[in-house]
Design a protein around this ligand. Structure first.
Ligand SMILES: Nc1ncnc2c1ncn2[C@@H]1O[C@H](COP(=O)(O)OP(=O)(O)OP(=O)(O)O)[C@@H](O)[C@H]1O
Length: 231
C-alpha cells in the first residue's frame, strides 16, 4: 500500500553505524520515516535488525552518525518522544501482579486517555482476550502474552509505532486483523517501523522494506521485501 511518501519527516537516521562496544554490526545507514510511512526491517537472523531499531530509539548508543526526531537530535527521554512514539515492549515486560485488564488500564490512564474503560474493552475484544481479562501474565499462553504486549502498544496514542516481530506466535487470523488495523493507522498518518520476518505483513500494511544484507542496507518496495523473505 502507498499513502504517499512526501510526508513530514519524523525520524531521520544519517550515516548511522550500529553495533556494540568493540563490534561494528553495520553502517553507515541512512533512512527516513515520514508521517504515515510503513517501513519493514528485514534480514537473516543476526543481521542487525533489532540493533538498528534499538539504536534508532536511543536505547543503544550509536557508534557513529546521528538520529533526529522531527529535525532535532533524538532524545528518547523527552516528553514529546515518549508521548508520540509507541514502542512494543519486549517479551517479559509485564508486572506479574497485574491482570491483563490492569496492564491495559495502566497504559491507557498513564497516557491520559479520557475514555480509558471503553478503550481497554476494545483492545480486549480486538485481541480476543476478554476471557483472560482478569488473568495474570503467568496464566497466559505465549500467544496471549504477545497479544497483551501489542494491545498495550496500540491502546496509547502515537505518531509512530515501533514493532519488533509483532507476528511472533500470532495465528494467521489475528495477524491479518492486526495488519489491517496497522493499515488504518497509516491512513491516519501514523508511521510504522517494524522488524518482521512475515511477507504477509509487508504486503498488507507496509510500503517499503529495509534489507539488512550489507553494510549500508538496501531500501526496496515492500513487495520485493516480501519476495526476498519467501526466497
Ligand atoms: N549485547 C550484545 N553484545 C554484542 N553483540 C550483540 C549483542 N546483542 C546482539 N549482538 C550481536 O549483534 C548481531 C545482530 O543482532 P540483532 O539482535 O540485531 O539481530 P537481528 O537481525 O535482530 O536477529 P534476529 O532475526 O535473530 O532477531 C548478532 O550477531 C548478535 O550476536
Amino acid at each position: 500500500m502507498d499513502t504517499g511518501q512526501n510526508q513530514h519527516i519524523l525520524i531521520q537516521a544519517s550515516d548511522l553505524t550500529i553495533g556494540y562496544p568493540g563490534r561494528v554490526i553495520c553502517g553507515p545507514i541512512s533512512l527516513e520515516i515520514g508521517a504515515g510511512a510503513g517501513l519493514g526491517v528485514i534480514g537473516v537472523n543476526g543481521s542487525g535488525k533489532s540493533t538498528l531499531v534499538q539504536t534508532i530509539l536511543g536505547a543503544l548508543p550509536s557508534l557513529g552518525g546521528t538520529v533526529a526526531y522531527k529535525g532535532r537530535e533524538l532524545n528518547e527521554n523527552s516528553l514529546e518522544f515518549r508521548q508520540n512514539v509507541a514502542v512494543q515492549a519486549s517479551d517479559g515486560a509485564f508486572f506479574e501482579e497485574l491482570t491483563v485488564a490492569e496492564h491495559l488500564e495502566m497504559t491507557a490512564r498513564g497516557h491520559g486517555l479520557a475514555s480509558w474503560k471503553s478503550k481497554v474493552g476494545r483492545e480486549l475484544e480486538f485481541f480476543d482476550l476478554q476471557d483472560q481479562a482478569q488473568n495474570l501474565p503467568s496464566e497466559l499462553s505465549s500467544g496471549q502474552r504477545r497479544k497483551l504486549l501489542l494491545a498495550a502498544t496500540l491502546i496509547r496514542p502515537a505518531q509512530i509505532l515501533i514493532l519488533d516481530e509483532p507476528e511472533q506466535r500470532l495465528d494467521v487470523k489475528i495477524r491479518q486483523r492486526l495488519y489491517d488495523r496497522l493499515g488504518e493507522y497509516r491512513r491516519d498518518s501514523v508511521a510504522i517501523l517494524a522488524v518482521t520476518h512475515d511477507p504477509m505483513m509487508l504486503r498488507s500494511c507496509l510500503d517499503e522494506a529495509f534489507l539488512m544484507d550489507s553494510d549500508q542496507g538496501q531500501l526496496m518496495a515492500a513487495a520485493h521485501g516480501a519476495q526476498w523473505l519467501e526466497r
